[in-house]
Structures are given as C-alpha cells and as structure tokens.
Design a protein around this ligand. Sequence first.
Ligand SMILES: Nc1nc2c(c(=O)[nH]1)N[C@H]1C(S)=C(S)[C@@H](COP(=O)(O)OP(=O)(O)OC[C@H]3O[C@@H](n4cnc5c(=O)[nH]c(N)nc54)[C@H](O)[C@@H]3O)O[C@H]1N2
Ligand SMILES: Nc1nc2c(c(=O)[nH]1)N[C@H]1C(S)=C(S)[C@@H](COP(=O)(O)OP(=O)(O)OC[C@H]3O[C@@H](n4cnc5c(=O)[nH]c(N)nc54)[C@H](O)[C@@H]3O)O[C@H]1N2
Ligand SMILES: [Mo]
Length: 778
Amino acid sequence: MANKGHVAPYTNPAGGWGALKYVALNLYRERVGAGKLTTLLAQNQPDGFDCPGCAWPDRNHASTFEFCENGVKAVAAEATSKRVRPDFFARHTVEELLQQSDYELEQHGRLTAPMMYDRASGKYVPIPWDRAFALIATHLQALDDPDQAAFYTSGRASNEAAFLYQLFARMYGTNNFPDCSNMCHEATSRGLPHTVGVGKGTVLLDDFELADAILIFGQNPATNHPRMMGELHACAKRGAAIVSINPLKERGLERFQDPQSPGAMLLNSSTRISSLFVQPRLGGDFALIKAVAKRVLELDDKAAATGGPRVLDSAFIDAHTQGFGAFARDLRAESWPLLLEESGVAREQIERLTQVYVRSERVIACWGMGLTQHRNSVAAIQMLSNLMMMRGNIGRPGAGLCPVRGHSNVQGDRTVGIDEQPTPAFLDRLQHVFGFEPPRRHGYDVVATIEAMRAGRVKVFIGLGGNFAMATPDTPLTWQGLRQCALTVHVATKLNRSHLVHGHDALILPTLGRTETDLQNGVAQGVTVEDSMSMVHISYGINQPASPALLSEVAIVARMAHAALGSGTVDWLARAANYALIRDDIEKVFDGFHDYNARVAKPGGFHLKVASREREWDTPGAKAQFLVNAIERDTPLHRARKQHGERLLTMMTMRSHDQYNTTIYGLDDRYRGVFGLRRVVFINKEDLRMLGLQSGGMVDITSVWDDGVERRADGFLLVEYDIPRGCVGAYYPETNPLVPLASVATGASTPTSKSIPVLLHPAGFSVRPASSAPGSGT
Ligand SMILES: Nc1nc2c(c(=O)[nH]1)N[C@H]1C(S)=C(S)[C@@H](COP(=O)(O)OP(=O)(O)OC[C@H]3O[C@@H](n4cnc5c(=O)[nH]c(N)nc54)[C@H](O)[C@@H]3O)O[C@H]1N2
Ligand SMILES: Nc1nc2c(c(=O)[nH]1)N[C@H]1C(S)=C(S)[C@@H](COP(=O)(O)OP(=O)(O)OC[C@H]3O[C@@H](n4cnc5c(=O)[nH]c(N)nc54)[C@H](O)[C@@H]3O)O[C@H]1N2
Ligand SMILES: [Mo]
C-alpha cells in the first residue's frame, strides 16, 4: 500500500494531446497487435460494433470516426493479446489470486475456457461446456423455491442476451433480477415514471444543436462520456450557456481541446465549456433545485403583478400537467434558510442559476451519478422534472430531460425485461406470447439479493457480466453472502474478484466481447443495443474471438436454459442459432419494436418511441405530474452530524479517469492531478485545518451507521482540493467497504455511494483489532 504516486494540478485542457498520449500508452500496455488497430476505426461505424464504453449516442452511428480516449481503452482492454488459459489457473490457487489487486487480476487478459472451482485443490480446473450447463441445471432443480436463485445482469449485455436471460429466469420461476442499474440510474428509472410517465430521457442529439442552456448535474463527461464533450464543445462555441452543478470543478467542464480538430491541436487552443459553476454540498441538489423552482415562481409572481412577460409556461402547465397548485403552495411555504443550508449554495449563485434558466428559451438538463446515488435521489430527479415543466422544457425541440446512462446497453436491458418489478401488462404479454405463467411476485434487486444471500434465502447466483463482489456496497458483508451460496456462476470476458469470492460450487464461463465476430453455423450474428437517447442499433464484431472455446452470451444463456428447462416450450437452441428470431420475440412482447429486424438493418438503426418526448403522458391521469417532496431533516446523515459535529464528513465515491467501473486500466486520474495511486481522499483546506491533518498525510476512514458494524478502509493519502467544506471524495470501488448496505435511496434502493457519513483518522488508528478492508490495494 506504499504510495509511490504523486499529486500535481493539471493545467492543460481536457482532451487534446494528453488524450492522444494515453491512447498510445494503453494500446502498448494491452499489447494490441497492429492487425487489431483497425478495430478502433470500426467503432460506432454503420457496419462496425457499438463501443463497449459508455451509453452516449453518436451521430447516426455513421460518418466520421469519433475519437474517444476512454472508448479506446475499453476496446483495447477487450482486444488485448494477453490470455488467461487453464494453465494459469493450474499455477495459482484462488487463495493466492485473492492477494492480487483488481488491477492485476484484469491485466492477465482474456479468459479462454470454461472453468469450475475444485474444492480439493482450491483451484479452478477446466470443465467442458456441457458439464458446466448440467451443473447449473442440477443446482437450479435442487432449490426448494425458484426465488432461491438470483440472476444478475451488467449493462453490457445485448438486448438479445438480456431478453433470453429474463425469459429463462421467468420460465424457471423468479423475478429476481438484480442489475447494475440498481446501483446506477435506478432513481431515474423509478422517479420519472411518476412525473412524466417514462423513466427515460426525452432528448435526441439534435436537440443539443438548438438548446440555449445545458445544465449538467453531477456528471463528469470528459472522463465518463467523452463523446459528449464534442456536443458540449459545439454548444459552447455557438454561445449556449453551459452550467456545471457539481461539488468539484471538473477539468473537462472548464476547458476542452477537441482532439478531432487539427487546428485546435496544432495551435494548442482550447474552448471554455461551462460559463457557470455551482458547487452544492453532496446531496444538496434537491434543495438547490427546489430553491431555483421557488425563485422561478417568485419571478413569475412579480411579472404577473407588473404586467411583464410571464416566466411560467402557463399554456403547457394548463394543457399538459396536474398538481401545479399544490406544488406552488409547497414552494411558497418552503423556508429560504433551510434551502440555503441544505443545498450549501449561496443565494447569489442560486440567483445566477435561476437567471440562466429563465433567460433561456430552450433548456436541456443532464444528470449522472452525482444526482442518483443519494438518499433523496428520487425526490431530486422529480424536482428537476418539476423545474423543467414550469417552463415547458419537456417535449419540444432543443429542450428536455437527459439522464446520461453508464453501461452501453443498461437502458436496453431494462427495456427488454431486466426488471425485478415487472408490470402486470408486460407479464401478461410474456404469458400470451410464450404460453407459460410467469411469476407475479416482485423479485430482489441488488441490495435485497445481498441480504437474501446472507440470510440463506438466495443460494444460486448467476451473473451475466459485471463484477458483483466489487461493484456492490458493504464489501465484507456482500462477500459473506456470496460465499454462503451453493453455486456462483459468472459469464465474463476477464478475470475479476467476483470469480474468486465464490460459492460452494463455482463456474467461470468465458464469453465473446462485442468487438469479436460471432458466427453461428457460419453466419455472422449482430446484437442490438439501446443508447441513452433510445436509439436502437445493431453491432457486429470484427475481431477474431480471443479463444476458439468462447461462446457468445446468447449461446450461453440458451444452453443454460436448455439444460435447466428443456426446449419443450421455447426452442432455445434455435434462437441461439439465429438471433433474428430473438428480435422477433422482442417485437411480439414490447411496443415500439415493430419491424425490428428490418429497422435495425438500416444504418443508424431507429429511435424507440419515448412517449414523454411526444408530450404523451403515460401516467394514471394522462398528464405530467408536478410532485411535492419535502426536505428531510432527520436522516442518518443528520443524526451522524449531530453526534460527531463538524468532524463528520460526507464522502462521495467516484471514478478516476483510468478506470471503467471496477476495471482499473491504470493508476492516473490526470484531470484531477493524481498520478500513480488510487487511495486518495480529496478534502477542503479548512477541513484539514479543523481536523489537525495535512495534505500529503495518510488516513484511515470509518463510516458512521447505527447498526454497530465497524466499516473501514485504510491507508488513504490526503489531497487538498477545491471541494465544499464538509465534503470529501475518493474512488470507487476501494471505498465500497464503507457503504452501509441499508443506506439506500428512498424509492429506488440505490446504495448511497455519493453520501457516506465518514470520519477520518490518522493512519494506523485502531478501534478494534484492525481488520484490513478487502479491495484493490494499489
Ligand atoms: N471511462 C469510463 N467511462 C464510464 C464509466 C467508467 O467507470 N469509466 N462508467 C460508466 C457508468 S456505469 C456510469 S453510471 C457513468 C458514470 O458517469 P458519472 O455520472 O460522471 O460518474 P461518477 O464519476 O461516479 O461521478 C459523477 C460526478 O458527480 C459529482 N457528484 C458527486 N456527488 C454529487 C452531488 O451530490 N451533487 C452533484 N451535483 N454532483 C455530485 C462528482 O464530483 C463527479 O463529477 O459513466 C460510464 N462511463
Ligand atoms: N461506491 C460506488 N459503487 C458503485 C458506483 C459508484 O459510483 N460508487 N457505481 C455503480 C454503477 S453506476 C454501476 S453501473 C456498477 C457497475 O457494476 P458492474 O456492471 O457489475 O461492474 P463492471 O465493473 O462494469 O464489470 C466489469 C466486468 O464485466 C466483465 N465484462 C466486460 N465486458 C463484458 C462482456 O461483454 N460480457 C460479459 N459477460 N462480461 C463482460 C468483465 O469480466 C469485467 O471484469 O457499480 C456501481 N457501484
Ligand atoms: Mo452505471
């Protein structure tokens, strides 16, 4: 855990030459052969593959090569020439592998053969595919109740794989579908339907060309959605106002140099992106947005009194919404001191933000994890929707809601049925199309699955991608749960810690990545994905598979289902032989997919209708709803603050520039000036002084929760940073041992990974005999 790295402010713009240098470095590190460099050029091309990086759309999936440093890293990680073969597992016990960092584990390269855990040797040993599927079938058939199995999905799975997976699990008899979305945009997916009827965004890329203002809440696009920077760059250049609402002034939202612009690169010039930075305290967005809404109402009152032009879009409110009266009453009654205190934003800044909002004819609101991973996330997103509705900023050109999703198909997976809370209408359709009685009880999400594993109520865990052991909260507790399972199965491209924190029996099933050709009976198969703006397109891999033994995700799911359920009702293997048949199934079960096969065959694919974009409101009253939510004043965080005073800090856990979720590509976070290390805590100067600590010193971190469990993560370097007082930041997943399992968003059950109550202690401190926290020691 020695800190060999260094910290130095990054003064260059985001993008630019720095990005190009890192691209070269990653291609070298992954030893991507020259033959595979063409892979990069096929990314997001009409006949190429969909970038396995983020869910930001691209212009028509056509035209020029869109340069993206982190997209290249994602592709290079998959196209690596390094391999994990059976002899690798023969050389290492699982115990030994557990000592390696997450970074090291993934660096070994692509998995090449199905492996089974062998208890006698403590090692993974090869197993033929058929025997692996038979083992899964035996375990599933042995359960007393289908609800003793949980089927996890990570958001890279294609529509075809995900649809078949949910069909299999529902025919087996459960709705237990924990998925990465539960930890990600769940507050969006659960919150928006109550207000605008659909849990998705309402804008398309073209709307960015028309917007007068773009509000970006809790998102770091230069790192996590670099292709979005192209859009923001163009908006800034034509004079649109961009506002960043974020406790951190992220470098990419300050200045950006477009690596695709030869002029800018040669002259080393860059563009200012945000014209205004608003820095709320962590979790303060709900109060901030409510404050702006209150100001909008006050301004409208004033206009009405003086006969000036109205600030509210009354025509929209009258024709399209319900609940405005109660909403306005609540706003008028809301206390300014409380709004200021809870948001942590000064009155003048609130006024500036309000002025940008009311002076802009067309506004787009974007948001990321900074808005979704708090206790009040659902309320915050609904308040944002209220604010946008006040001026009719939903469902017209250049304006709308833009939740920016993470995984490249996380939105599509939910669309095609990865949902632990399925609607009765969807289940009726499934029943009608496939002739079986689907389970009606709601299933477990991520947090409920962990609790059920710990209580012995879930005994079989199957993961379609992802890294459950590291992505989830309360790491030691989660590991106890996984280790109590009778069987854990992971469908994966690369080795990760979830494969090592396993059940009594365990399987690793290696699969094709999206960049690789998927031949079934000699015919190349494409898979489809839905991006953040509901564009559905097809993706064909072009690389030679990492190993001849790999099966596609669709084939793995189909053969698992065939082994467990037989093919009497659904011909699984026929579907695995021709994915177009699965698209036909999807078309029968879901509206909006008519002529699916024909429409995805066209370059750019098609837009899946989002009713709210058309100002059709899929709510019980058939109108968009203004919703009233109050500021909570007695949360566990408030209580912890009362108990510990100003020493109690709120911690956010976020991504560095060199990682893809739990996959660590490297140890630099260039835009935040951190090089060669990951165990850092960003902290305000005044807080350092208050705690009697110094930048460059080492601390251990504990979190505060009222269940008597000691949660800690040790050995972090303090980095003085421009972050509001009382707030600290650190990287995920190293800090997941600090997130209490029971601390979730109200109404979405998302772990509150961006508002953890913590205390910092000089390193080496000990409450009890120190149990070193698991995680990626770097
Ligand atoms: N290269 C790369 N790309 C990725 C990923 C990756 O790991 N690496 N992950 C993918 C996935 S799954 C996702 S979900 C997205 C995530 O993309 P983002 O949503 O950008 O994710 P984070 O890095 O977790 O944090 C986002 C920002 O929220 C801010 N923030 C934290 N708390 C608050 C708050 O209370 N209020 C406000 N207003 N801001 C706050 C942080 O300062 C940070 O700038 O990216 C996707 N793309
Ligand atoms: N503290 C904290 N925790 C968080 C977050 C946070 O901000 N803070 N963010 C949350 C968010 S937004 C998310 S989305 C989750 C992410 O949770 P997950 O989606 O579970 O995690 P990933 O790290 O994206 O999964 C990486 C693994 O996926 C496998 N993989 C990669 N490509 C493929 C493929 O094509 N097919 C298959 N089958 N497997 C593949 C590889 O083996 C790799 O090791 O983490 C959440 N956890
Ligand atoms: Mo995510």
